[in-house]
Ligand binder design. Structure first.
Ligand code: GLP
Length: 245
């Protein structure tokens, strides 16, 4: 895997944002997957800023998020869709009908997951995925132990992930949340993946994902077998790959 290390967090955001913009320039009707969280907010801001200044054509692009929080109660605000709408989908003026996300509340999650991946495939399949990584190596909501053959589905959250979502939403209610995630098998079908990470908390897992054994214990390690996956890091996340940094 080709690894690019930027010198600062700001440079990381710019380099990652430019990847999204240039994919849209290259192919107007690209299908592009995004991730939510601390790693990706900055790059979405860069895309929004470029659009504000140069207003490129976004009328045909399809955007979606690699995962969504599910089984949420009424009034739950911080869904992944809401985050992406605010950070990038709204600011770049694309048609909302081209923003594809599973619904966080529904009666039939199996049907919802199937519709989600079917819709992306009907649009020609996924051209690019900006893919975040959890500190335990999870991809989307594919937690350690997930079968590499897994499809897009409803999945339980880890304690760490659920705590994080609850803190972010100030959501103390006892009912467990769940996640909808693109499965590992569907992730491996994406034409171009950019694994993105910044900050020292990701340094150890990045080293394992890039250089370690390919194992379901580290879901991101499967990306070593992807024919077109690159890694984009800031210098802190690359600390264990390049100890001299
Ligand atoms: C969550 C999300 C993932 C994201 C990961 C990393 O698990 N479901 O899609 O990639 O967190 O988030 P952060 O960038 O905030 O570390």
């Amino acid at each position: 895997m080709k690894v690019t290390v930027t010198r600062s967090e700001k440079e990381f955001d710019i380099a990652a944002g430019l990847k999204i913009v240039s994919q849209i320039m290259k192919k107007r009707d690209s299908v592009i997957g995004l991730s939510t969280g601390n790693t990706t907010g900055g790059m979405h801001g860069v895309v929004a800023e470029i659009y504000k200044n140069y207003s490129f054509d976004t009328s045909q692009v399809t955007l979606f998020g690699v995962d969504e929080i599910a089984k949420v109660p009424e009034g739950f605000k911080k869904t992944c869709s809401a985050e992406l709408l605010e950070e990038i989908v709204g600011p770049i003026g694309m048609p909302l009908s081209n923003f594809i996300m599973p619904r966080p509340q529904c009666d039939d999650y199996d049907a919802e997951c199937k519709n989600f991946i079917d819709e992306l495939n009907a649009r020609g399949g996924i051209d690019l995925q900006m893919l975040g990584i959890g500190i335990d190596g999870h991809l989307g909501m594919n937690l350690p132990g997930t079968d590499f053959d897994s499809s897009t589905r409803l999945t339980p959250l880890s304690g760490e992930l659920e705590d994080r979502i609850r803190r972010k939403n100030n959501y103390p209610a006892p009912a467990p949340l769940a996640g909808i995630t693109l499965g590992i098998k569907d992730i491996m079908n994406i034409r171009h993946i950019i694994l993105v990470a910044k900050g020292e908390s990701k340094a150890q897992i990045i080293e394992k994902a890039v250089n370690g054994k390919v194992t379901p214990d580290v879901p991101a390690s499967i990306l070593q077998l992807h024919p077109n996956c690159e890694v984009l890091l800031d210098s802190k996340a690359a600390e264990y790959l390049y100890p001299e940094n």
